[in-house]
Write a protein that binds this ligand. Structure first.
Ligand SMILES: [Zn+2]
Length: 261
């Protein structure tokens, strides 16, 4: 091959690589679950219900939303103390049956400025439910319980296990309820109960951190709860040091917190 031909090919291929990477940089339009292998069903639903179902913000602002599922419980009280001490607001996706048990914790979280959202009544695999049961026994029932406790129905919902069928999503859309997944899952629930695994949780968040992240953790009454509490305490300075601002999911995605009626 002549040198001039070689240089020409080199020029063409580098132009191609440049164009491809520029397109990648400007077109960050796909949403990802950053810590899991792609879940085709969730990706399909997020793409189909683009303005209703979110896994992260696509903004490049250094903002992160810390979220807790399954509570409230005694661990929620520990988390509220840490969050208050650090002047940080978080988002809680709660089960109706636990809000029934601990309405005072729900009111305290609201008074502290946190966002309260729906995570069904009993944490079922919703996909297998018919849509009436899904609403009457799970989501609608929890809307009413949360309204009793704090005075309004939430506009945000997270499906247990990330599982829902399209009919359920469409029902929630009609009701004006937005669906929130996550982009970082440190699997706090999978850590050993017997030793302090909080650093492991922090390491996963650190490794996958990105602007607009939604971090999934748990505040149910679980044996691993103390690990989650410790992890949050350790995570805050790490995120602050990296220049991240803590926001609630509604702020991150510019969504309402409450339904209007
Ligand atoms: Zn859950």
């Amino acid at each position: 091959m002549k040198t001039s031909t070689f240089s020409f090919l080199l020029l063409v291929s580098s132009l191609f690589i440049f164009a491809a990477s520029a397109a990648h940089a400007t077109q960050r339009k796909a949403q990802h679950i950053r810590t899991l292998p792609p879940e085709p069903e969730i990706e399909r639903q997020v793409a189909k219900y683009q303005n209703q179902y979110f896994l992260e913000s696509l903004s490049e602002r250094k903002e992160v939303a810390i979220t807790f599922d399954d509570g409230p419980s005694a661990y929620t009280l520990e988390l509220l103390k840490i969050l208050k001490r650090n002047d940080i607001k978080a988002t809680f996706f709660w089960q109706g049956k636990n809000v029934e048990k601990y309405p005072d914790i729900a009111r305290q979280a609201l008074a502290d400025g946190h966002t309260i959202a729906n995570h069904t009544y009993s944490h079922p695999h919703s996909k297998t439910l018919d849509v009436d049961t899904f609403w009457n026994e799970e989501v609608g029932r929890t809307q009413a319980i949360i309204k009793d406790a704090v005075g309004f129905e939430p506009a945000l919902f997270r499906p247990p296990f990330g599982e829902m069928n399209d009919e359920e999503i469409e029902l929630l859309k009609q009701k004006g309820i937005y669906l929130i997944g996550w982009s970082i899952d440190p699997k706090d629930w999978s850590m050993s109960d017997n030793k302090d695994s909080s650093q492991q949780i922090v390491d996963v968040v650190n490794k996958h951190l990105h602007p607009g992240a939604i971090v999934l953790m748990h505040d149910g009454m679980y044996d691993f709860g103390i690990n989650t509490v410790r992890a949050v305490e350790r995570m805050i300075p790490m995120l602050k040091q990296k220049g991240y601002r803590f926001v609630t999911v509604d702020k991150l995605l510019e969504l309402p917190i409450r339904l209007k009626h």
